[in-house]
Design a protein around this ligand. Structure first.
Ligand code: ZN
Length: 308
């Protein structure tokens, strides 16, 4: 009897001693769960390979409309750390993200957040990343959260943050220089959905998007008519497709311009669609925030410089 109990206890002790070892080994590298490709890139810049990164929305998907799958909900509720954009960008996941995650926009000054009209109500414009200074602020917030969560990585993350923020300053300077080659009457950007207002504010552009701020809304004939007039009035040479929205909409707009006697090119194609709400898939041009912005600027300058 005694012998049998001893054996059981010994077995249990043995098992218990293995479990912490096994768990400690498996969690050695923490996993940061993020909603979008932007944040995957940001965390990779800040923490390098010291963390695993789990991205919920694949490249090319539309975060405004993305419906969380059962496995996403499970990942979020069990994650070590969840980072998300906020400003209602992840429109169908707001509740669960507010419960379990930290928004990289949480420290934004209210005055720095763009407000937009949608269906006669004022809504928050989530596309802050096209303001490089706000993107820097979001990066700093993500860095602070990571350093607090993983004190062992503090020095490494702090060092990476300083280097990355300097690269973002260089990017901002480069954008100003490139856009400086356009004249003032070439500063008109027409895209399917209204993702470029922070860009417009930062670099003195006028933007126009028939679809409004969210890809969810329908485009009315009146909105199309207004956009057509805008294109003809300003002699805009080209309108742009986005990688995350249906290109057919811009073709319809082009036809409507032609019907009114105007002429406008639709910039499309795998290599020339603008990135708005997602980075490119890994391994392709535009798969980092910096290369995404460089791609957009190169395409914009190439086509808008043709304006008369
Ligand atoms: Zn959007």
């Amino acid at each position: 009897m005694f012998k049998k109990s001893f054996k059981i206890i010994a077995t249990l002790l043995c098992a218990l001693s293995i479990i912490p070892f096994a768990t400690g080994f498996a969690t050695e590298k923490p996993t940061v769960t993020v909603t979008t490709t932007f944040l995957a890139d940001m965390v990779h810049e800040l923490a390098g390979d010291a963390v695993n990164i789990e991205t919920l929305m694949p490249a090319g998907s539309d975060p405004h409309l993305y419906q969380p799958k059962a496995q996403d909900v499970q990942k979020i509720s069990k994650a070590d750390l969840v980072l998300y954009h906020g400003l209602h960008f992840e429109g169908k996941m707001v509740e669960i993200l507010e419960k379990y995650g930290q928004a990289v926009t949480k420290d934004f000054d209210k005055d720095s957040i763009n407000q937009m009209e949608e269906d006669n109500t004022s809504v928050v414009d989530p596309h802050f990343w096209f303001d490089v200074n706000l993107y820097k602020q979001a990066t700093q917030t993500a860095s602070d959260v990571l350093q607090e969560k993983y004190p062992d990585l503090k020095d490494q993350i702090a060092k990476n943050t300083t280097a990355y923020l300097a690269k973002l300053d260089e990017l901002d300077e480069w954008i100003k220089k490139e856009l400086g080659t356009l004249s003032e009457d070439q500063h008109y950007l027409v895209t399917p959905h209204d993702a470029f207002n922070y860009f417009a504010r930062s670099y003195s552009f006028t933007v126009y998007a028939p679809q409004g701020v969210s890809t969810n809304s329908e485009v009315s004939n009146q909105q199309i008519g207004e956009t057509v007039d805008f294109i003809i009035e300003h002699k805009i040479p080209a309108i742009f497709v986005e990688s995350t929205t249906n290109p057919e909409r811009m073709k319809k707009l082009q036809e409507a311009v032609k019907a009114k006697g105007g002429n406008v090119a639709v910039v499309n194609g795998e290599d020339e669609a603008l990135f708005s709400d997602s980075l490119a898939p890994a391994g392709q041009n535009g798969d980092t925030y910096i290369s995404m912005y460089q791609h957009n600027i190169n395409v914009i300058v190439k086509y808008l410089s043709q304006a008369q």
